[in-house]
Design a protein around this ligand. Structure first.
Ligand code: ADP
Length: 267
């Protein structure tokens, strides 16, 4: 399945049934496919870095347990760390709260030549903040326009933006939270507060629907990723990322002036 961007103004269905897809090939084949796309991503990243004129920002949003961390490791883990930066947005610090909500985000935007991955993002300010009423409604309602204006500013300044909502079903989330309790290597990830968030499933669905409806634009599109199955999830995201990089068409800078002379000096 190929992911399609959410049409501006559309409110895609976010029921459990769209969290799953049929995996079209065996695991080994899908892994091979992902590795091949990864190689191309790596080549394009090298050119992007060498060119140094444009940047790629990838936003990952999801409910707890939907696999943001493993997506980062599996889709972006092969990239050259020199030109790739992951930023995880946590509960804002006291200092961050004294600024506008985009202050900390703007500083983390990838510089030209690099790829930036946001593990959570400015969208938390219209998700958790809305669901938990951390600011008055008037404040969070104004943020959709502010976010669109911010992302417009970035795209006008050489940043390509892709936004992914990793969509899991309620049953799959239960399964994954349970796995965390059972696996000593995952217990550290278990956070009792995740259960409270799970109780607010419908409120989050509503908040995510508004995010998709109000902030998917042609220049900074959202993709809803069926994320109950990990391999197709990784493949679908990697495909969208590579297609975007191909469209960005980064070019290696030309040879240094005086190439022949340098060749002669080094012969
Ligand atoms: P993760 O769940 O992403 O692996 P954590 O367990 O540290 O990482 O959770 C980060 C927490 O920070 C989440 O509960 C998230 O909702 C919260 N958070 C992020 N941004 C904001 C924000 N702007 N306002 C309030 N809470 C936020």
């Amino acid at each position: 399945m190929k992911l399609q961007p959410v049409k501006p103004g559309a409110a895609p269905a976010l029921g459990d049934e769209v969290a799953d897809v049929t995996q079209e090939a065996g695991d080994a084949e899908v892994r091979k496919h992902i590795a091949k796309i990864g190689e191309r991503m790596d080549e394009l990243q090298t050119a992007l870095y060498a060119e140094g004129k444009q940047a790629l920002l990838i936003v990952l949003q999801a409910r707890d347990g939907a696999g943001k961390d493993s997506t980062i490791r599996r889709v972006f883990g092969r990239l050259n760390p020199v030109g790739c930066m992951v930023t995880s947005f946590k509960v804002p610090t006291a200092l961050e709260l004294r600024h506008d909500f985009l202050w900390r985000v703007h500083q983390a935007v990838p510089p030209k030549g690099t790829i930036g991955v946001f593990n959570r993002s400015h969208y938390e300010d219209v998700l958790v903040v809305r669901v938990h009423q951390l600011v008055p409604e008037k404040v969070w309602r104004a943020r959709y326009d502010q976010i669109n204006a911010f992302e417009h500013l970035l795209t006008q300044n050489g940043v390509t933006i892709l936004k992914f909502f990793l969509h899991i079903s309620k049953d799959e989330q239960k399964e994954r939270l349970r796995e965390r309790l059972d696996d000593p290597a995952k217990q550290w990830k278990f956070n009792a507060a995740d259960l409270g968030e799970r109780d607010k499933w419908d409120e989050y669905t509503h908040a995510y629907t508004d995010v998709l409806r109000l902030t998917s634009t042609p220049e900074a599109p959202w993709y809803v990723v069926p994320a109950d199955k990990k391999l197709p999830r990784d493949a679908m995201i990697a495909e969208v990322v590579v297609e975007a990089l191909e469209r960005m068409d980064p070019r290696f800078p030309g040879p240094p002036e005086g190439l022949e002379e340098f060749r002669r000096l080094l012969s």
